[in-house]
Design a binder for this molecule. Structure first.
Ligand code: ATP
Ligand code: MG
Length: 592
């Protein structure tokens, strides 16, 4: 048991100015964290206890899912990253570290980077240590600090520059094996989130450039989340908006027949979808082709959408470029022959079509059939543009952002949207990293094969805050039992009276005997202050010992999550507390 007066819980009445959301305010007000700088936090004693509990439950469940714990360095030689497949894409978010410098590297190449994740370290390690199918599968994990130079750290621990993650990496001999490892981790995640009292749902996620792989994100539904989840609860469909699809375009849609010859018409000053919609043109947005120019690994390509649709940029990841970005006006004009606002994908109208590495069209433009688009000539557009006849499409794909109300791909029912916090991620990687690092094994025929990998992450510190976001009220945090920093708080209203402290300790021992962590509030503070602090730090079970109660022969018992206060006779208090603890423990365990 701990005595509050000898422990350290610096609670605050006011929230810090930079805290915009409830969980961030409560983290600071309840004395769980203190800020060092942007995205950098100290875990204060109470916060550290919660982190340790979440970590331990995570460790137990990942081990149950087949994980083997180790810990890798956080300082990585830059060569590991240069050899890996994503140095170009990831270098932006990595903190760089240099020793005195050997003069051989230019100022732009660091000697070390701080690890944002560890594929580039674990894969060469496994290559070095494992060479036979007999040693596979293996799944290694660690629970440790990660570093990412987030441009805009915010919401406290939600998006920090230094944070704690559970990261795991599975290595299998076969694709089927990799799927098994993936599903075992999915089950481990589900058990973990249930045990810590977080309501998290698995949603399909974007896999970026890695074809043939799949991925789920675990989302805690919350208004303040950074991600949109597109879902339909009846069919069970749930996907991150970056990945979500809909059944808007029927699979058996036939190509529209042309309605006439392509015709150029003057549109002076009309350079937006809206301007063409308006008089005198009156072309509805869903009858216009929108043409976007992007640069993929330095070369231009086109994306064609309906005028009424938005590009979902993450979906361009499926095109296989390492880096892509919107082209600048200076890059566009020499290729297209016109400025943005008059661009179009019609064959023969593009000034330097040979410069394009592709024309990628969203399926939904087939719903237009015959429409209007820019003529690649400033101030002119083309009408009667037929998709099949007039466009040189390299590949049709799903590039548009799905909107709520569109038909669910599973059931055809309307899709809904809801915000969520990503607390975890599982990813079937395939052989992308094993290829780069030569992680191969020999089978029983002495044949050599690439190992099939999976990678997995849980944001431990973000999860702690997500639990608070999900479990609080106007007065403070309401900790789920299994992650509460203490389970039982004994408020002693007159700690100067030795008999009161004696009783408190007796009750504390009974609670501890039943498996609870106990703290006694023995501070010389007014009752009002003690109760406010108790609600703020959110300990599940509170007992109050005061002079008036003792005169009446009772101790008050109150659950943080409930309103009513029970008066327990002194003769029964130890047994009552032990029973209450046992019951709460059992309830938390059965939820898991
Ligand atoms: P996000 O999309 O939120 O930027 P991510 O997709 O980059 O996260 P992963 O690389 O999948 O994250 O990392 C695994 C987990 O680590 C995430 O699910 C999240 O819980 C956590 N995490 C990632 N970035 C941060 C951060 N800056 N601060 C706190 N936790 C983070
Ligand atoms: Mg992610």
């Amino acid at each position: 048991m701990k005595l509050w007066s000898q422990y350290f819980i610096p609670t605050l009445k006011e929230s810090p100015a930079d805290a915009e959301i409830a969980s961030h305010k409560l983290l600071v007000r309840a004395g769980l964290v203190r800020k060092l700088g942007g995205g950098l936090y100290t875990y204060m004693p109470l916060g550290l206890r919660v982190m340790q509990k979440i970590t331990q439950i995570c460790r137990e469940e990942i081990e149950r899912g087949g994980g083997i714990e180790l810990e890798m360095p956080h300082l990585h030689p830059v060569e590991n990253w240069q050899q890996g497949p994503r140095w170009a894409a990831a270098r932006e978010i990595m903190f760089r570290a240099d020793s005195a410098g050997d003069g051989k590297r230019g100022p732009r190449e660091p000697e070390y980077v701080l690890g944002p994740t560890h594929e580039e370290v674990i894969t060469p390690l496994v290559k070095q240590e494992i060479s036979s199918y007999r040693d596979l599968p293996k799944n290694f994990f660690q629970i440790a600090t990660k570093f990412r130079n987030e441009i805009r750290p915010r919401f406290g621990l939600m998006r920090a520059r230094e944070f704690v993650m559970m990261d795991a990496y599975s290595f299998d001999a076969t694709d089927d094996g990799a799927i098994k490892s993936y599903l075992a981790m999915k089950a481990a995640y589900e058990a973990f989130f249930r045990r810590i009292g977080a309501h998290a749902i698995a949603v399909e996620a974007d896999t970026g450039v890695m074809g043939g792989s799949f991925s789920h994100e675990f989302m805690v539904p919350a208004e303040i989340g950074d991600d949109d989840v597109i879902y339909n609860e009846e069919s069970g469909y749930a996907a991150n908006r970056e990945k979500a699809t809909s059944a808007l375009v029927p699979a058996d849609l036939a190509d529209a027949a042309p309605t006439g010859a392509v015709e150029e018409f003057a549109t002076p000053g009309a350079v937006t979808i809206a301007a063409l919609e308006a008089a005198p043109y009156g072309v509805p947005a869903n009858q216009q082709f929108k043409t976007l120019v992007y640069m993929g690994d330095g070369k231009p390509f086109l994306v064609v959408l309906r005028g009424c649709d938005e590009l979902e940029e993450a979906k361009l990841g499926s095109l296989g470029f390492t880096l892509f970005r919107p082209a600048t006006a200076e890059e566009i004009e020499p290729v297209m022959g016109a400025k943005p606002g008059s661009l179009g994908p019609v064959k023969g109208s593009i000034k330097d079509a040979a410069a394009l590495v592709g024309v990628f069209a969203d399926h939904a433009i087939r719903l237009i059939g015959n429409g209007t688009t820019g003529a690649n000539k400033d101030g002119f557009h083309l009408r009667n543009v037929n998709v099949a006849r007039d466009l040189a499409v390299t590949k049709f794909g799903d590039f548009r952002r799905v909107r709520p109300g569109e038909p669910d791909p599973k059931s055809g029912q309307p899709l809904k949207v809801r915000r969520g916090i990503e607390v975890g991620h599982i990813f079937k990687l395939g052989t992308k990293y094993s290829e780069k690092f030569g992680a191969v094994y020999t089978d029983d025929q002495k044949q050599s094969h690439l190992m099939v990998m999976g990678c997995y992450g849980i944001g431990i510190s973000r999860t702690m805050q997500a639990v608070i976001e999900q479990s609080h009220d106007a007065d403070g945090i309401v900790w789920p039992w299994n992650v509460a920093p203490f389970h039982v708080l004994i408020c002693v209203l007159d700690p100067q009276l030795p008999e009161m402290m004696e009783l408190a300790k007796k009750i504390a021992l009974a609670a501890e005997g039943a498996g609870a962590d106990v703290i006694i509030d023995d501070r010389a503070e007014r009752p009002g202050v003690k109760f406010k602090d108790a609600d703020l730090i959110g300990i599940p079970l509170r007992l109050t010992i005061g002079s008036k109660g003792l005169k009446d022969g009772i101790v008050e018992l109150k659950w943080r999550a409930q309103k009513d206060v029970a008066k327990v006779p002194l003769a029964e208090i130890e047994a009552k507390v032990a029973a209450a603890v046992a019951e709460a423990k059992a309830k938390a365990a059965s939820a898991a």
